[in-house]
Design a protein around this ligand. Sequence first.
Ligand code: ZN
Length: 203
Amino acid sequence: MRLPAILTILAALLATSSSMASADDGDVVVQAGHQGRPASCAQLHVKACNLGTGAAGERERAWTVTVADEAARILRARGYTVIRRPADYADHDTARAAVFVHFDGSAVACASGASVGFPDTTSRAFVDAWKKRYLATFPFRFRGENFTENERRYYGFRKVDAPEKLLIEFGEMTCPAQFAWMRPRLLLLGDDLAAFLMERLPR
Ligand SMILES: [Zn+2]
């Protein structure tokens, strides 16, 4: 079979599966930013295929997976139902909270730092609790809340119904000092995220 024919069949199958996309219910949605790209962009017709940042031979889309998997592992061990999502997927979820894991990059090294993005529906208490927890350990600058349109209008927010939705940029990979601080702590960042979610979502 010629390759284009295979692709046509695959596209038809994917179109069928996305039209049958189901709603998944859980306690928490944990998305690893950029995971599965670029392959998933073609499959799911994503035009703005942002592959994420990177530095020193490391990619954001590998770091986000490490953090998201660790947070999901801890939450599941404590009995929470976790919907663990990559960058692109057909389904729409319902949960108590949704977090979207990212690391930032900057054209001017160290111009950025940690930040958060969220829709208007997310509570002030949820945002403040994360900032208070994370900034107690992250020893670099906090860049701001919703400081870009991409943060405020993150496409992932539309993929889930949840009272609390938060995009977390843990820090700037392209800043050598932040990179050196974060790199050996990826699992700890996941643990911290899980602890935060368990505190905000008591069982
Ligand atoms: Zn990102």
